[in-house]
Ligand binder design. Structure first.
Ligand code: ZN
Length: 320
């Protein structure tokens, strides 16, 4: 956690809180919900802290934020994934009431990009003129679904990615399985929320095992049935199959460019496939993603995915 903390205290956003010139609405954008959550927590602590060196993590206000019971910090949505009209109304009532203990009031609105347009318009009205000393922190995985009129009132901050060492520290706090941690890290593209999900999902780890074996050893149509039947179990997670495959392909491409010479799996893959084959896999996977989104028959997709691997392999053989 030290690192992301370091990133936050080095940010212009932090400097503005300290100098008391933060505008009332901040939009935190980042694909990694874990990183966004941490960044947001650091921001809330800094705003609420009563200590000298903010955030001190030691004053009453900081401790209450850390224990999730600071009455002047409210988080929405309460239970569901996205805020509905009723919650926006509740939010509105709270915004216009004075804080209980502190001089400032903080509201954290999660999944802002999932709020529907009507509800966003109601939200906009509140953002247009919030009371003094009120700070509204919107969290979003991307900003495309957020009304431009909301964005124009907010300070938009892109939350920096966590590095793999920081993510490994978080995983170690949750599970005690080094192999699962290493595997989750190598497939999560430095996304801590994803890594946490992978490391604790036995099905995902099993699928990784099958896909790595497939990439290393699948070279003849006689093996088709065997691999297909293993993958059918994961048909509803065809997107995971593609993601793992693409990740392996990308690692192999990086290996060829010399950037990860220690990667044993990548080393094994480049013995199997030519550069052209790896590049074509990338293109083909995009087509499969589209087909999966259009709800194509999942077992059928797995069959044609396996055919594609053999075809590309034969089209672009490795030249020794
Ligand atoms: Zn404090």
């Amino acid at each position: 956690m030290e690192e992301i903390w370091g990133k936050f205290t080095n940010s212009a956003l932090y400097a503005d809180v300290i100098k008391n010139r933060l505008i009332h609405t901040v939009l935190l954008v980042g694909e990694d919900s874990f990183a966004v959550e941490k960044f947001s927590l650091n921001l809330v602590l800094t705003i609420m802290c009563e200590g000298e060196k903010k955030p001190c993590l030691n004053c009453t206000a900081c401790k209450k934020v850390l224990h999730n019971n600071n009455v002047d910090v409210c988080c929405f949505p309460r239970d569901s994934k996205q805020m509905n009209v009723k919650e926006i109304e509740e939010f509105e009532d709270l915004v216009y009431s004075a804080p209980y203990e502190a001089n400032q009031h903080v509201f954290v609105l999660k999944n802002a990009n999932l709020i529907d347009k009507n509800t966003q318009n109601k939200l906009l009205k509140i953002l247009e003129e919030p009371p003094a000393n009120t700070y509204i922190i919107l969290q979003a995985s991307e900003e495309y679904n957020i009304l431009p009129t909301i964005k124009s009132r907010a300070r938009i901050v892109r939350v920096p990615k966590m590095d793999d060492n920081e993510i490994a520290d978080v995983l170690k706090e949750t599970i005690n399985d080094n192999l699962a941690i290493t595997t989750a890290l190598s497939y999560s593209d430095s996304n801590c929320a994803k890594a946490l999900r992978f490391a604790t999902d036995e099905n995902f780890l099993m699928l990784v095992h099958i896909m790595e074996d497939l990439c290393k050893n699948f070279n003849h149509s006689s093996q088709m049935l065997n691999y297909a039947s293993k993958l059918y179990t994961f048909a509803s997670h065809f997107d995971d199959i593609l993601e793992i495959f693409l990740n392996i392909v990308e690692r192999a491409i990086r290996y060829l460019s010399g950037s990860n010479s220690q990667d044993e799996l990548a080393k094994a893959i480049v013995m199997q496939y030519s550069v052209n084959a790896l590049i074509e896999f990338n293109r083909e996977c995009l087509k499969f993603e589209e087909r999966f989104k259009r709800n194509a028959n999942a077992n059928g997709l797995i069959d044609s995915f396996l055919f594609m691997i053999l075809e590309v392999r034969h089209k672009w053989p490795i030249t020794l």
